[in-house]
Design a binder for this molecule. Structure first.
Ligand SMILES: [Zn+2]
Length: 61
């Protein structure tokens, strides 16, 4: 097994854990249409990717 294989397995493990976590934890609140901190609109795509998201990209940093 070379380094590329190991990296691929590690990546797959991370992705599976991430998906399992998302499945186990349904959003307890709907995604905000606007950032709760600065009030700018949160893009629809971001709201779909991050269920329950309340902050825009800038405020999340
Ligand atoms: Zn914001």
């Amino acid at each position: 097994m070379d380094d590329a294989d190991r990296a691929g397995i590690e990546q797959e493990r991370i992705e599976k854990a991430f998906l399992a976590k998302r499945t186990m934890l349904p959003p307890s609140r709907p995604s905000a249409t606007q950032c709760i901190k600065c009030n700018i609109a949160i893009p629809e795509k971001r709201r779909q990717i991050l269920p329950g998201v309340q902050l825009c990209v800038e405020c999340k940093h």
